[in-house]
Design a protein around this ligand. Structure first.
Ligand code: AR6
Length: 183
């Protein structure tokens, strides 16, 4: 199946480019500087334009030492089809004994909390930390799926969460390890 879906269709798994999604919010795997970077962060800033960077610059003033790992902040979507971007900072993988699972879980929970606070009903996540930051995707998938599943079961306000992967192999790894049951 091309678009596996779980939890009665409220959680779906797609292949594609997150910057192309016309939904309420997409999540950015940012870094503490909030000033852009490579990977999905670079793609979002490139597609969204300078207004996102300007908003990030203003937000940064509240975080002189950078946005802490696990936290999330909201900007508008600029030139992107998505209305908002939620920027969160995933943990850098250091072997798994440095609170990486808790910090990654925080990324998902804090992003979903921001969504709830801003009436965001449809939201897409990339595989936070599973690129440059080196978090093994099989383990990251378990953390991500569990966190989102828990939040969706607590609140009906978020209608749809999309996990989007850039390459088929990553989507397959997620589906193999997410523990979400049959789809
Ligand atoms: N759409 C969906 N997924 C994407 C896209 C896209 N357009 N582009 C990349 N991915 P990464 P991280 C996937 O490295 O590990 C940046 O420089 C990619 O295949 O973007 O959290 C930041 O500024 C991978 O599976 O994020 C930070 O410094 C996933 O997104 C640092 O990288 C995450 O890969 C953050 O590293």
């Amino acid at each position: 199946m091309d678009t596996p879906s779980f939890l009665g269709g409220r959680l779906v798994v797609e292949l594609g480019d997150i910057t192309k999604l016309d939904i309420d919010a997409i999540v950015n795997a940012a870094n503490t500087s909030l000033m852009g970077g490579g990977g999905v962060d670079g793609a979002i800033h490139k597609g969204g334009g300078l207004s996102i960077l300007e908003e990030c610059r203003t937000i940064r003033k509240n975080y002189p030492n950078g946005l802490p790992t696990g936290k999330a902040v909201l900007t508008k979507g600029g030139n992107l089809p998505a209305k908002y971007v939620i920027h969160t900072v995933g943990p850098v993988w250091q072997g798994g004994q440095s609170s990486e699972p808790d910090l990654l879980k925080d990324c998902y929970n804090n992003s979903l909390d921001l969504a709830l606070q801003n009436n965001i009903k449809t939201i897409a996540f990339p595989a936070i930390s599973a690129g440059v930051y080196g978090y093994p995707l099989d383990q990251a998938s378990q953390v991500a799926a569990k966190a989102v599943q828990e939040r969706l079961s607590q609140s009906k306000a978020i209608e749809k969460v999309i996990f989007i992967f850039f390459i088929q192999e990553d989507k397959d790894i997620f589906l193999k390890h997410c523990n979400l049951g049959p789809y």
